[in-house]
Design a protein around this ligand. Structure first.
Ligand code: CP
Ligand code: NVA
Length: 300
């Protein structure tokens, strides 16, 4: 069991990461065998979305159903958190109805504020700074394809964004080496003293020998006004077939999706046999069921 909320991974230990991954593997195997997993019978997850979503929204809802519970979805126009009602009051009210809250927020500080007042577990389904559920699903996917995590090299190419920050934490907790290749000024905000990683600005040098090549969009949700500046800044950082060839022979390609094909990654890489992007998308379901089961099973 880990802390009462799941916001950043900063406070999750290596042992707890191993426990989440093990639980996810067990739940995935049960799902494939068609076995019932009524761990959250009668429990309700409330989900707040301040930004669009496909994978997070659907996998959390399906996950709750598979665990015997249910989910309520709230869009920003319905809840108007911080406008119609203070974040603290929304947190106190929703804690009276639900057994847990999953949130996708514009500002990370808002989920921290919400969690301070919530009396049920709060899960980060993406903020401007972190995407911890994605990183857990990614580790599950890497372990499935490589048979281990320790001593592998994960090379992340592109924007040092929310996805990159969360991968840095989990690489450290699982004994992976992490190399980030980004233009100057787009480095991850997680400090190297907290979770060590290497920055190699030149992507051609950074990918050499990598077991995992990972990229994400250059313009994240909420940064649309910077799109032209970013297209210029990230020139040369596209994951092409030529770049993939410089990685280890059996390297896998990963992307959290949605992808902007032709920008950060070419079609030929996205659709190549080395690409595991749809396994990653599937594993959001299994990883999050593990997080939900561990957080909500004994809570309340
Ligand atoms: N990867 C991910 O979080 O996808 P969505 O934005 O579609 O939820
Ligand atoms: N970095 C992207 C991830 C989307 C899942 C964003 O924040 O938009």
């Amino acid at each position: 069991m880990f802390g009462s909320h799941f916001l950043t991974l900063a406070d999750v230990t290596a042992q707890q990461v191993a426990q989440i991954l093990e639980t996810a593997q067990e739940l995935k195997a049960k799902t494939k065998r068609g076995e019932a997993q009524p761990l959250l019978n009668g429990k309700t997850l409330i989900m707040i979305f301040e930004k669009p979503s496909n994978r997070t929204r659907v996998s959390f809802e399906v996950g709750m159903l598979q665990l015997g519970g249910n989910a309520v979805i709230l869009r920003p126009d319905e809840i108007q958190m911080g406008k119609r009602e203070s974040i603290a009051d929304v947190a106190k009210v929703l804690s009276r109805y639900g057994d847990g809250v999953m949130m996708r927020v514009v500002r990370h500080t808002d989920i921290v504020e919400f969690a301070r007042y919530a009396t049920v577990p709060v899960i980060n389904g993406l903020s401007d700074l972190f995407h911890p559920c994605q990183a857990v699903s990614d580790m599950l996917t890497i372990a499935e394809h490589k048979g281990r995590l320790e001593e592998l090299t994960l090379c992340y190419i592109g924007d040092g964004n929310n996805v990159c920050n969360s991968l840095i934490y989990l690489a450290q907790r699982t004994g992976m080496r992490m190399v980030v290749s980004c233009p100057e000024g787009y480095e991850p905000t997680v400090r190297t003293t907290v979770a060590p990683y290497e920055i190699i600005n030149d992507p051609e040098a950074a990918v050499v020998g990598a077991d995992v090549l990972y990229t994400d969009v250059w313009t994240s949700m909420g940064q649309e006004d910077q799109v032209l500046k970013r297209l210029r800044a990230f020139e040369g950082y596209t994951v092409t077939e030529a770049l993939l060839k410089r990685a280890a022979k059996d390297a896998i390609f990963m992307h959290c999706l949605p992808a902007h094909r032709g920008e950060e990654v070419d079609d030929s890489v996205m659709d190549s046999p080395q690409s595991v992007v749809f396994d990653q998308a599937e594993n959001r379901l299994h990883a999050q069921k593990a997080i939900l089961a561990l957080l909500l099973h004994n809570a309340g």
